[in-house]
Ligand binder design. Structure first.
Ligand code: ZN
Length: 355
């Protein structure tokens, strides 16, 4: 029997830049390009698993967490209060370092990784087998109230933004990590947050709903003229975690022609929200199935959360992604639908949002 065709995966969320930026010593650029034992996403692992590209998040750690040195394990987010915020200057320093890191990787990659600003750029990377990186910012702490930094970041390639991470900032309240919990945990967007939605629409920057609480979600749904997108969240009906989406939220995403990227974090997959690495890969497929029921075949993609979360050990890291493709085949999804889930839906949504 011929070996089955590899399907490329375009992914809605990874924290590789955060992992690399936190490395104590050594060369972060080579660590990504040459790969290393630790971590879930680097160029060799991407090549092995068919990880063709995705949204590369820039995330500014909360001040207390940043002080904890040598943190290698993902923090326990099962049930924590909102972490403290970060100030503008600190956030801007970290964001600058992480944007620079991605561009240094691009420069040294000599065509093996490219920072993409348009859907055509991503198509071209897929054709040429280059890793397609899209700049995403997770939590807008680095953006000032005049949105000057937003313009600068957009010019530097920013094409996706989550107004908040799971903590409050000037733009709104993020959803704290709780399970079981409704996502309706507090107030939504501030007036400045609502203005940020308008600014993102004007610049055609994708607005990521994943870390918003429910009221913030509805604020964006009422204001935004773009398809509603949660880059890395799951179905609340299976895993009743505050980070996951209720059926009512999924209906609004469907109505907007939007998309949900299924998150591989075991805490957001499991019905008990627990951090158990023996969680079966098949639970990802169960979320995919339910989300297809709620959103249709065009509304579901992946948002791995590699380098930001504990994922099923059966999958391991980006090198294991074709195991997920095989699991979809075992459920007889069909090649056409599998291609939609793996990259076509994401590419269509980005093309529409960035038009
Ligand atoms: Zn996240």
């Amino acid at each position: 029997m011929p070996s089955p065709k590899r399907i490329p995966i375009f992914d809605g969320h990874n924290d590789a830049l955060l992992r690399l930026n936190r490395r104590a010593g050594g060369d972060a650029v080579s660590a990504f390009l040459q790969g290393e034992d630790k971590g879930q996403l680097d160029l060799p692992k991407a090549r092995e698993g068919g990880f063709a590209g995705g949204l590369f998040a820039i995330f500014v750690p909360s001040t207390e967490k940043k002080a904890a040195t040598n943190q290698t394990a993902a923090p326990d987010f099962t049930s924590t209060p909102e972490p403290p915020g970060v100030d503008l200057a600190d956030a801007q320093r970290t964001v600058l370092a992480m944007v620079a890191l991605l561009y240094r990787i691009e420069r040294q990659a000599k065509g093996d990784l490219r920072v993409c600003r348009t859907a055509d750029d991503i198509d071209d990377c897929l054709d040429k087998n280059a890793l397609a990186a899209v700049l995403h910012i997770e939590g807008a702490e680095a953006i000032d109230s005049n949105f000057e930094m937003l313009d600068v970041l957009h010019a530097a390639g920013l094409r996706s933004l989550g107004p908040v991470w799971s903590r409050p900032n000037a733009f709104g309240h993020g959803v704290p990590f709780r399970c079981p919990s409704s996502p309706d945990t507090g107030p939504g967007l501030t007036d400045l947050g609502k203005a940020l939605i308008g600014a993102c629409n004007r610049l055609k920057i994708l607005i990521d709903l994943s870390h918003l609480n429910e009221r913030g979600f509805w604020d964006v749904a009422a204001l935004s003229d773009a398809p509603l997108v949660a880059t890395h969240s799951n179905a609340h009906a299976i895993s009743p975690h505050s980070r996951n989406l209720t059926d009512k939220q999924l209906a609004a995403i469907r109505e907007s022609g939007g998309l949900v990227g299924v998150n591989f974090a075991v805490s957001f997959l499991r019905p008990d929200g627990g951090r158990n690495k023996t969680t079966p890969l098949d639970l990802i497929v169960q979320h995919v199935e339910l989300l297809i029921e709620r959103l249709g075949e065009d509304g579901v993609g992946f948002g791995s959360d590699f380098d930001g979360a504990l994922v099923p050990e059966e999958l391991g890291n980006a090198a294991g992604l074709q195991k997920l493709v095989q699991a979809l085949r075992r459920r007889e999804f069909g090649e056409k639908l599998i291609e939609k889930l793996c990259f076509r839906n994401w590419l269509r949504i980005l093309r529409r949002t960035w038009k």
